[in-house]
Write a protein of this length. Sequence first.
Length: 157
Amino acid sequence: MDFDGSEQDPEMKTYSTVCVGREDDIKKSERMTAVVHDREVVIFYYKGEYHAMDIRCYHSGGPLHLGEIEEFDGRPCIVCPWHKYKITLATGEGLYQSINPKDPSAKPKWCSKGIKQRIHKVTVDNGNIYVTLSDEPFKCDSDFYATGVYKVIQSSS
Ligand code: FES
């Protein structure tokens, strides 16, 4: 029993980095999927940068690896193929458009709902792509489909 309060919070696990494939391959396909420590992730290669995130959309579990990448307000987003939610590749924020109801003639503005999709770290070394799962302790909406009974891949342990 740990009395000093330093016992590790299970929500704050630190994961080792995992090799998921070759740089040459993802540069051709521009996306790949992987299972990293029992968590399904998608890795995108877009305009020279790599981005990894939970594969199931935070809204209802849609397959983000089948979505299109589009830019909104200059921010590259994956558009979920199920209900067209837009998620920024760099930060996992959900974007939406709003108008001022007091001024309906105004141009709709892009706004952020905050971070909804968990983003993971991608590194490249010697032509290999590595993913390190996020250990950020906040609850992210996409965790719902990536963990527990709702995740698609069931743990073998
Ligand atoms: Fe992705 Fe609904 S499941 S937008």
